[in-house]
Design a protein around this ligand. Structure first.
Ligand code: FES
Length: 143
């Protein structure tokens, strides 16, 4: 193989690998879709139809809270809602399929809101969630 061909082939292989790894890292950190909810008398209303087939979590944004809320609605579990604010220094949390991470100092929380890794030492704020036929109702009072 001539030197020129070797360099050309090598560069193409490197470019393909770089593109592949960039795409993989983008997919792994792709944000969870946000549902913009309405608020009615101390309740955030999230229609059950906002969840796509097989989806068990939804980031909920509303005018009622400063931070987004992670609504977890898994089959055979009580639905729950977690305020996505780190209990260490109130940084916005990033959800993933296993929990929530804080990018500021590295705290991690599970999907029950408990601390997995500090420096945060306090569990996430939770809201009770009730349901009716069509909706999840995140209760902002009595929490
Ligand atoms: S603000 Fe989240 S770990 Fe410090």
């Amino acid at each position: 193989m001539k030197r020129r061909d070797f360099i050309k082939t090598g560069c193409l292989a490197c470019a393909a690998m770089a593109a592949g790894s960039s795409l993989a890292s983008l997919q792994s950190c792709s944000p969870m879709p946000v549902y913009k909810a309405t608020v009615d008398q101390h309740q955030i209303i999230v229609p059950k139809t906002a969840f796509l087939e097989g989806e068990t979590m939804k980031v909920v944004r509303s005018s009622a809270t400063l931070y987004d809320i992670l609504l977890v609605a898994k089959p055979n579990e009580e639905p729950r809602a977690l305020l996505m604010s780190c209990t260490h220094f109130s940084n916005a949390l990033v959800p993933n399929t296993n929990g929530l991470n804080c990018n500021l100092h590295g705290s991690q929380f599970d999907l029950q809101g408990a601390v997995i890794n500090g420096p945060a030492s306090k569990a996430l704020k939770k809201f009770t969630v009730s349901t009716n036929e069509q909706n999840y109702l995140i209760n902002l009072k009595n929490n």
